[in-house]
Design a protein around this ligand. Structure first.
Ligand code: FES
Ligand SMILES: [Fe+2]
Length: 351
């Protein structure tokens, strides 16, 4: 039916370079879109992203250390500001031609958003709002995994939840049949896809039992939205059977949680899966919250296994077609959205 598999990268977009707290803990070297990037926080508190290569003798800046207004190279002490300009050339006069490539970086809602494309196009209003990270009524935890696959395989995975019962049976999944017959409404959006999924009076998966204390069946409502190129927001509400409201994903049920998923490409066949998860009304340090996140970490490793296996198979025979079935409506909309961005980028480059 369709022949898409591995998608080319879209550069003119905001991607998660890291979580804010990661650069509180030290300098971070990360490869994004085939480029080596160093992420750091200056002693004055600003976040910066530069090419991880000193313009003097080519050493990685990530081997250096933060200074008041930038980062100091560990080799001969040249320092660079967050805009890439050389702010200290020890023992010599400043030289305006000493510069390091810098990337637009925005710190917001605990994310570090980076723009790897044309800096002139880096419009901050395009950054996704996710205020839940700053809402104290949610206990959020943050993680990331490297995954050896094309980034869109992660989006496919999140846009077709019929895998839950098969892949995540011991954690967040539940009964396969319940997933196969879930009520599903799918919408195409301006920059992606959105679906609302309702499972009424079904057996709770183990993670929900331990996090929500359910004793009988549950009503389960989830809303997922893909925003091209690489983000998926998830809102979920779980109630005792009969108490759920399938028309209102924002209802704070007995167990309510929010997740953010993102696939930052490292290359065409590798990405960093960033994810955060917060349970409503549950503090991060509580046992149910810890157990919930442990299960999420386990579940996402299960996804990693399947996605990497998929990558191996597809990379071996990239011309073989993949299929869409009826459940893949959101997958198809997501792939259409990424195609639109690719076309846009190609036509901009041709101008
Ligand atoms: S290589 Fe960085 S200061 Fe010399
Ligand atoms: Fe999954």
């Amino acid at each position: 039916m369709t022949n898409f598999a591995m998608e080319p990268l879209v550069r003119n977009a905001w991607y998660i370079a890291g979580w804010s707290h990661e650069i509180d803990e030290g300098i971070l070297a990360r490869r994004i879109m085939n480029e080596n990037v160093v992420l750091f926080r200056t002693q004055n508190g600003d976040a910066g992203a530069l090419e991880d290569r000193c313009c003097h003798r080519g050493v990685k800046l990530s081997l250096g250390y933060a200074c008041a207004d930038g980062i100091t190279c560990g080799y001969h002490g040249l320092a660079f500001g967050t805009d890439g300009s050389c702010i200290d050339n020890p023992g010599e006069d400043p030289n305006p031609s000493f510069k390091v490539k810098h990337y637009p970086l925005v710190e917001k809602n605990k994310f570090l958003w980076i723009w790897m494309g044309d800096p002139a196009l880096a419009d901050e209003s395009l950054i996704i709002e996710f205020p839940y990270h700053d809402d104290p009524s949610y206990g959020f935890q943050y993680g990331h995994y490297p995954i050896n696959a094309n980034y869109m395989f992660m989006i496919d995975n999140l846009m077709d939840l019929t895998h839950l019962g098969y892949v995540h049976g011991s954690t967040i999944g539940g009964d396969t049949e319940n997933h196969n017959v879930a009520e599903l409404e799918t919408f195409q959006t301006e920059n992606g896809a959105r679906f609302v999924r309702w499972m009424g009076d079904v057996t709770p998966p183990p993670t929900f039992v331990s996090a929500g204390g359910f004793e009988g069946n549950i009503d389960r409502l989830a809303e997922f939205e893909y925003k091209a190129p690489a983000s998926v927001t998830q809102i979920a509400t779980v109630d005792d059977a009969g108490q759920g409201d399938k028309t209102n994903p924002n209802k704070e049920g007995k167990l309510g949680f929010r997740l953010f998923h993102h696939a930052t490409p490292v290359s065409e066949c590798e990405f960093i899966y960033f994810f955060s998860a917060g349970v409503h009304g549950v503090s991060v340090d509580s046992e149910p919250s810890k157990k919930f996140f442990e299960d999420i970490l386990e579940a996402f490793l299960e996804d990693k296994l399947f996605i990497e296996a998929q990558q191996d198979a597809v990379a071996e025979q990239p011309d073989r077609q993949l299929l869409l079935r009826q459940h893949d409506k959101a997958v198809a909309f997501a792939r259409q959205a990424i195609k639109r961005l690719q076309v846009q980028e190609t036509s901009l480059a041709a101008e």
